[in-house]
Design a protein around this ligand. Structure first.
Ligand code: ACO
Length: 403
């Protein structure tokens, strides 16, 4: 059998490690995770402190530059983003071209990719000023694009961003201001959004970040590399999990399946179902982000006066899991996405937007990781090896000779 470890191929010894369970692709000074202890720090600062005190843009600055900004650095960074939230006018046609029922993640990925066609003056990965501008463009324009993806799907007009507002207020207005244009989100909701985005902002070499690095290692531009990250994040085993949790809870409610009965199905691996929002490649303990989100869910639902049965259902599932050998032995705990959907839904986001919100959150991390890679003299083009298992040499047979 083939296992993890050095293997001999025709060209020498290689390490076979499916899913890179044990292979470091890079050195990185951005994010520290201790999965056994349930610790997450950005640039050394615990996630709990950032969620409590920081903002999305300040955390983005920290991730990208390595340090918290001074007051004037933060103001300059915020202004450089605020002034770039608009999209080129003809960009709107890109969004209008998609079918109404297109998934917003697919639309977002296409939009991010299209930035390379509209903003060709900031594509050079080795030009520091170009990278600074493309960074600001991405952080500023992705929320606009995300809201446009939503608006087009609902047949609503594409509004202009209002740059007198914070990035998050602006995004919430672009999402929800219809038909009332002067929509202003409750400050608690704005703060909850900031916190959720901070919690998602980086997670070292996860699937989408690795995709960004791999594409970027070929010296592809930042926009193109990030669009690969959006694509990877759309998968249900990664960013799609937050929507999958909601779908799971909705199905349990609609079909009147009790938490216990559902958990039996999961444990028996019936139809391969998993408890979505549970388990993590790195955390073998409670995901520290999930703890914060759980508290936030309570707060937001109370503020909005929403009584969502799904929160009770999710809490029951968690309680069963924490006391069940199947989950305990496999060290399966709630991950960040177990409770996020309940908050997003309470704020008013449709399920298909959940993963888009994850993408907005993860964007600063993708950018920071891409920039770290570009600046690293040890970077080489990513090019994994394989263990060939196909046919040995055989000759081509003419069509007439094949039966
Ligand atoms: N429900 C039930 N059983 C599970 C779950 C789950 N959510 N997750 C893992 N297991 C079981 C597996 O069946 C396996 O059991 P076995 O040893 O009897 O075969 C064991 O736990 C190990 O699972 P793997 O799939 O090998 O673990 P891996 O590290 O490859 O997977 C993953 C991690 C993909 C996150 C997995 O736990 C999962 O599918 N979870 C549900 C989807 C999800 O929530 N994804 C979000 C990830 S976090 C994020 O992107 C923010």
């Amino acid at each position: 059998g083939i296992g993890i470890g050095p293997l001999r191929t025709e060209t020498g010894a290689v390490t076979y490690d499916p899913g890179f369970m044990n292979t470091a692709n890079t050195k990185s000074a951005i994010t520290f995770i201790d999965g056994d202890e349930g610790i997450l720090r950005y640039r050394g600062i615990p996630i709990e402190q950032l969620a409590e005190h920081s903002t999305y843009l300040e955390t983005a600055y920290l991730l990208i530059t390595g340090d918290l900004p001074t007051k004037s650095q933060l103001e300059n960074f915020e202004v450089s983003i605020q002034e770039r939230t608009l999209l080129d006018e003809s960009f709107k046609r890109v969004f209008e071209a998609f079918p109404r029922d297109a998934h917003p993640m697919a639309v977002l990925q296409a939009g991010v990719s299209a930035l390379s066609t509209f903003y060709q003056d900031s594509l050079d990965p080795f030009d520091t000023e170009a990278v600074r501008i493309s960074t600001a463009r991405l952080i500023a324009k992705m929320p606009t694009m995300a809201a446009y993806a939503h608006r087009v799907a609902h047949g609503q007009p594409l509004m202009y961003p209002d740059n007198n507002r914070s990035l998050i207020q602006n995004f919430l207005r672009l999402m929800f201001a219809f038909p009332v244009e002067d929509y202003l989100a409750d400050p608690l909701i704005e703060r909850a959004m900031e916190q959720l985005l901070i919690l998602h902002a980086d997670h070292e070499q996860n699937c989408s970040t690795s995709a960004v690095r791999l594409v970027g290692s070929a010296q592809a531009n930042l926009f193109t590399s990030i669009s690969a990250g959006v694509g990877a994040l759309s998968g249900p085993a990664h960013g799609g999990a937050n929507a999958a949790v909601m779908k799971m809870l909705d199905e349990m409610r609609e079909n009147d399946i009790s938490p216990r009965a559902f958990m039996e199905k999961v444990k028996n691996k019936e139809d391969g179902i998993r408890l979505m929002g549970f388990g993590h490649r790195v955390y073998k303990n409670y995901d520290p982000r999930a703890r914060i989100v759980k508290g936030l869910a309570d707060e937001v639902l109370e503020r909005l006066g929403v009584d969502d049965e799904r929160l009770d259902l999710a809490m029951k599932l968690e309680e069963i899991a924490l006391n069940d050998d199947y989950f305990v032995e496999r060290k399966l705990y709630p991950n960040v996405d177990f409770y996020t959907g309940i908050i997003y839904r309470a704020i008013g986001f449709p399920t298909e937007m959940f993963t888009v919100l994850f993408a907005l959150g993860r964007l600063p991390g993708w950018i920071a990781q891409w920039r770290e890679m570009v600046a690293d003299p040890e970077t080489k083009i990513g090019r994994p090896r394989q263990i060939y298992t196909g046919e040995t040499k055989r000759d081509y047979r003419q069509l007439s000779e094949r039966t």
